[in-house]
Design a protein around this ligand. Structure first.
Ligand SMILES: [Ca+2]
Ligand SMILES: [Ca+2]
Ligand SMILES: [Ca+2]
Length: 223
């Protein structure tokens, strides 16, 4: 009888392991990009080797600047299909295209938080370019920068704690970092030349999200 229980327990455990590993199995690498190859700007995806090209948007106006949610489920982008540049989101296969912003100003440059729950973006809705953040469903829009100079191109840090951007507030383009709630805005370049287009890299985070690392963590937790 004890043998039977051990056998059933092992059977159950192997099932749990299979489900967990299957759920964590890395998806194939894909690239989203913008192109006007079909007559106007549209969003496309393809495999990392350029194969299996699929067009996701199909309207006569601009659809640009795709940003894949870190969980791989959705793609945010900007479009002026409704008259003003707004931020939209769609499933990664192009279905369920949904407008998140609704404002006569220009809204663009979406960037997802690492947990896929928020989107940072740039907007001209308050006199000039500023950095804003909203929930992934478009609710709770918050202005994180509010000054007379332009603040643009927010990029979320891999740990979700900070947002980098660039700003003209000190007389020439500089790279700034702030907390994700907009506090502690700090000029980290501070020189008379133009400094722009920040991009994050965090080695600890890169290891944590690599497919091999993910699998190892999963197995380690089950054991
Ligand atoms: Ca289009
Ligand atoms: Ca708008
Ligand atoms: Ca500078």
């Amino acid at each position: 009888m004890k043998f039977l229980y051990i056998f059933l327990f092992c059977l159950l455990l192997s099932g749990v392991i299979f489900v967990c590993v299957w759920a964590q199995a890395p998806q194939k690498a894909q690239i989203a990009f913008g192109s006007n190859r079909d007559g106007n700007d549209e969003i496309y995806i393809m495999d990392a080797d350029g194969k299996n090209l699929v067009r996701l948007t199909n309207d006569p106006l601009y659809d640009t600047d795709p940003a894949w949610s870190p969980d791989g489920q959705e793609i945010a982008f900007q479009s002026d299909r409704d008259g003003s540049f707004e931020i939209y989101v769609m499933d990664a296969d192009g279905k369920n295209q949904l407008r998140l912003t609704d404002n006569p100003a220009i809204d663009g440059a979406p960037d997802w938080s690492p947990d896929s729950k928020k989107i940072a973006f740039t907007s001209t809705r308050n006199r000039n370019w500023g950095i804003y953040v909203m929930d992934a469903d478009g609710k709770n829009v918050l202005n994180l920068t509010n000054n007379l100079a332009s603040d643009i191109d927010p990029v979320w840090s891999p740990d979700g704690q900070k947002i980098a951007f660039w700003s003209y507030r000190d007389g020439n383009p500089e790279i700034y970092v702030m907390d994700a709630d907009g506090s502690n805005q700090c000029n980290i370049t501070n020189n008379p030349a133009g400094d722009s287009s920040p991009a994050w890299f965090d080695p600890a985070y890169a290891q944590a999200i690599s497919p091999a690392g993910k699998l190892a963590v999963t197995w380690g937790r089950i054991k």
